[in-house]
Structures are given as structure tokens and as C-alpha cells.
Design a protein around this ligand. Sequence first.
Ligand code: AHG
Ligand code: MN
Ligand code: MN
Length: 328
Amino acid sequence: MTKPITLATYLASQSAADAALRAVVANVAQTCAEISRVVAGGALTGSLGAAGHTNVQDEEQKKLDVITNDMLRAALDGCAPVAGLASEELDTIETTGREGGFLVTFDPLDGSSNIDVNVSVGTIFSILPAPAGKVPDEADFLQPGRRQAAAGYALYGPQTMLVLTLTEGVAAFTLDAGGEWLLTHEALSIPADTKEFAINMSNQRHWAEPVRRYIDGCLQGKTGPRGKDFNMRWVAAMVADVHRILMRGGIFLYPWDAREPDRAGKLRLMYEANPMSLIVERAGGKSTTDGVAPILDLQPTKLHQRVPVVLGSANEVDQVGAVDQVGA
Ligand code: AHG
Ligand code: MN
Ligand code: MN
């Protein structure tokens, strides 16, 4: 049997990526391996339940949101090429006092409503170039997703996996029992066609008309305009829903809805939508706000900006765009 390739060996082979960038990726990956142990410990590590306060987005923080956030902060603060970081769980950016190198944005625990019921959760991260010759400020973080130097996520599921994109392509690693990341999937590619959609149907009454019509077409199955039966899946952790799409195709929607018209969508651009969009595009899928506009081209205006998300199998995302163009 050939020896599996470790993450360290894989990173060493990625000579098209800056060595400092690879060091940041290794640091985040190591922290995710440590987070995996805390997550797996559940009640035994005293990490379940609410932390007793809310974050900047007015969401109740779970203990694990706080624990994982602190683990990533500490690790990145000690990582030489990192000049600054931003997190879903922090009101403002934090700087390390260093200049140049990279900025890291992250969702330390995605899908935190799943944690107390032992369902998959994850960590999402995005790495951006930092400005040279100055300590970064918030404006330096507001770069379009296309400028990401790398992006990835860890999925804490039946297996703990790390999915990464550096300069090109998407690779996935599985954490072995000894705590080592081993390459298990190379050149991941999302099939262009699918019969599986993921959306929180309980929000149906709040959706815009094109999304209603698109989903209605899927629900009509063989006898409707699409001429095929669809299946529905919703894990309620973007990491897990996107991972399924990377493995076997599908479409994921967290669309604009009318609950809070000024707050476009639920998912956050800088540490959820952008890193996932880079991974999805690099795997041959599409990631848009509405079936048409690529998320990676958006110019961010706020650190905690929210965006509608429609991503996944290319032809299916195009279907949403086609409905959209017909108009409401
Ligand atoms: P987070 O736990 O980081 O706040 O993110 C949860 C997000 C996302 O992962 C998921 O797709 C969505 O919220 C689930 O939303 P619903 O509550 O509508 O199911
Ligand atoms: Mn999240
Ligand atoms: Mn989170």
C-alpha cells in the first residue's frame, strides 16, 4: 500500500503558493484538529450549551462558539505571517502588531445550533493578503473574494475532514486517529447537473418570487417544468451542506428574504460566503447571490455584511438565474 500523503507533505509540494501562506494554512489546520477533539468530547469536555451572551450579530453564543473562537485567535496571534484576524464572534478586527503577510477571517463554529444534538458542525476560514508596511485596519479586510489567497473549511462529522483551495483545485484531507491530516480526495469536482436541493423551507413565505418559482418547479418533479424528481437535504450547517455538494453535487440556497429587507440574506460574506464560493468555483461549480451575480466579485462594505447565497452544480445555479431573469 502506498503511504498516504500528509498535509505537511502536500503543502510542501504546493510551490506555487507562498511559503508564508502555507504556514498560515498549516497553523489553521492544526487548530482545527485540536477543535475536533473538543467538539468530539461534547459533554465530557463541558463544551455544550449556551455561553450566556450574544455576539455582534445579536445571536446567542454557544460555549463552543466562544471556545473555538479563542483557540483560533490564540493560534493565529502566534503565527508569524498573520497581521490581523476577524471572526463571526468578534465585534471588530484584531491585529497582531505585525505588518505584511496575511489576514485571516473565520467562522470558528458553523452550524452551532447542531452542536447540542450531535449533528455535524464546522470551521470556515478565508486568507487574504495584508497590506505591506502598515498594521491593517478594518478597510484592509474589505477585499473582494477573488483576492483570497486561500480558503478552506473543517467538517466535524462522522469523519473530521479538511477541505482546502490554495492556488488552484480543491483537495480534502481526513483526520486519522493519531491526529494527522491525510490526503484522501484530490481535484474535487462538482457535477454540473443535480436532482438535490438544500434550502430552509420554513422561510418559504418570506422568499422573493423567483426563488419561490424555482423551488416550486423542483417540488413538481417529473410532472413539472423540470421534468425530473428532486430530493431535499438540509443539515443547517453550511459546511455540511456545501460538503455534500462537493461530494455528489446539489444546490444550496440561503436566499434574500423579506424578514429583514435591509439585511440581505443570513450568511456572512467575509467568513462564510467568500471562502465557500472560492472552493465551489475551484471545483467547477457556481456561487452567486441570485443564480447570476458571482459572490466573489462583490466589493464588501462591512466586516459582518450578510449576502444571499445560491451555490452548487453549475447548470442548477443557472436554472435559478433563468427564473430570475423572467422576472417576478
Ligand atoms: P452559524 O452557526 O455560524 O451562525 O451559521 C449557521 C448558518 C449556516 O451554517 C446554516 O446554513 C444556516 O445558518 C442555518 O440556518 P437555519 O437556522 O435557517 O437553518
Ligand atoms: Mn456559520
Ligand atoms: Mn459560527
